[in-house]
Design a protein around this ligand. Sequence first.
Ligand SMILES: *[C@@H]1O[C@H](CO)[C@@H](O)[C@H](O)[C@H]1NC(C)=O
Ligand SMILES: *[C@@H]1O[C@H](CO)[C@@H](O)[C@H](O)[C@H]1NC(C)=O
Ligand SMILES: *[C@@H]1O[C@H](CO)[C@@H](O)[C@H](O)[C@H]1NC(C)=O
Ligand SMILES: *[C@@H]1O[C@H](CO)[C@@H](O)[C@H](O)[C@H]1NC(C)=O
Ligand SMILES: *[C@@H]1O[C@H](CO)[C@@H](O)[C@H](O)[C@H]1NC(C)=O
Length: 448
Amino acid sequence: MARRDNRGLLALAGGALITSRVLAVPVIQEPTTTFDPPDATGEPFLDNENTYLFSHAASDIPAPSPTDTEGGAAIGDFTPAPLVPPGYQPLGGVGVNSSSPVYEATSEYDRQSLILALYQEWAELDFLHQGFAAYTDMDFEQAGLRAADRHLLGHMADQESGHANAVTKLLGGSGPSRCTYNYPHQDVHEYLDFGQKLTRWGESMVYGFLPHLESREAAQIMTQTVSTEARQQMIFRQYNGLHPMPVLFEAGIPQAWGWTFLAPYISHCNATIERVVWQNFPRLTVINQPNPARLDASKSWNETRHDAAGTQNNDDIKVGEACGLMCGPGIAHDRARPLSYPGRDVFLQWDSPGEPVGPDSSYSTSILAGPPLYAAWVSATEVTYTPLLDISGNSAHTYQPNATTYGGVPVINGTMYIAITDAQVGVSSFNLDRINPHVVALGMYQAG
Ligand SMILES: *[C@@H]1O[C@H](CO)[C@@H](O)[C@H](O)[C@H]1NC(C)=O
Ligand SMILES: *[C@@H]1O[C@H](CO)[C@@H](O)[C@H](O)[C@H]1NC(C)=O
Ligand SMILES: *[C@@H]1O[C@H](CO)[C@@H](O)[C@H](O)[C@H]1NC(C)=O
Ligand SMILES: *[C@@H]1O[C@H](CO)[C@@H](O)[C@H](O)[C@H]1NC(C)=O
Ligand SMILES: *[C@@H]1O[C@H](CO)[C@@H](O)[C@H](O)[C@H]1NC(C)=O
């Protein structure tokens, strides 16, 4: 361990004191430009680009010998990390033996999950930069976002850049690079709405695959990544005048769902970058998608940008109908009228499979399911089915269910998902991907 430089404290304390005691002398410090601390050595797995050195543990450290109960060898100037003695360590646990962590995803399942996550990180980074290119400070001001709020968006972009670096390292330096994108938003409110949807499915997708990764090291980095993204999602909701966190649990979704939402917004990628293996489902449009920009969000008809996520379209909202200042950016709003309600008649329309989507239209939507019969409402930890009514070609309607969870709290709330299915499949959060062979189309629903 490197010792802290205590010359300043010694000088303050005078020569007579025993040096080991003076370290704790409190002192009010002023910022100074002449202070010259020794190099910090506290973060051995960070390189100077602020990214993780995953190969370090794998190649530089000699494997511990069978008799080496203290664990791995020294890393540079560092003391080897010992095992926690038995009295302080219960039996069981995974990854708590003397092996050093290896920050590398090797199984194909892990790799394909991380490749998808990296596509998502690049899209989020580009989206955050693009907002500043598309809208002026005045545009943001008019939507209620002041300088510090805009700086926060810039800070989120830096976070995405770090995340993209970390995931690239987990992939051993391979994986997709930044592509070009097409966005649905036409003003700052729509920008913020798309932002809270983009980060919502990105967050859900990582929750969906985290427990299934073979690499615990990768899972931890992804947990630390997605925790930041969850904060971004909440802030986008708050910028958009929505309740910050109306559900008890944040939903997880399968990789194929994440890719279904993301792919349509990627217009072009370098041909050499790695392809995604996950399925693309046909787009589901909620014709009366609740529009938070309205005072009465439920009273909206055909007010989206007709995109995969159902981004709000505010072109036709008249002055008296707009939510305005009452739904401006804020920590929380108690909206007099919730965005949706149990029993709401929800009108749905979906595309047929076989549509080209994704970068350079090089992917195609597909289904394995039979005729559509149900709407599966996926929110929090629940999957709730309602029957499709008056099915006619690729459209039908259904009623918003009155599903509740622990303590009777409504489940159908927040930015959530609706899948059209051919059956009521018995799945839960952990194996939601097993619904995929029954999915006819997939969309998002702005329940609250
Ligand atoms: C530690 O556990 C991992 C995962 O179970 C295993 O692959 C590795 O061989 C173990 N290392 C030692 C030194 O027992
Ligand atoms: C969603 O949650 C918020 C906050 O608890 C609540 O005000 C609103 O009524 C809920 N909306 C629905 C559709 O249940
Ligand atoms: C595309 O690939 C070329 C050649 O490998 C590279 O120079 C360029 O930077 C790449 N573009 C992007 C956006 O990654
Ligand atoms: C929604 O509006 C679009 C034009 O923006 C139109 O093509 C489409 O038919 C409308 N759909 C419904 C269900 O009214
Ligand atoms: C929804 O269910 C809850 C709990 O069962 C019940 O208290 C409430 O009245 C129901 N609401 C509607 C609109 O049916």
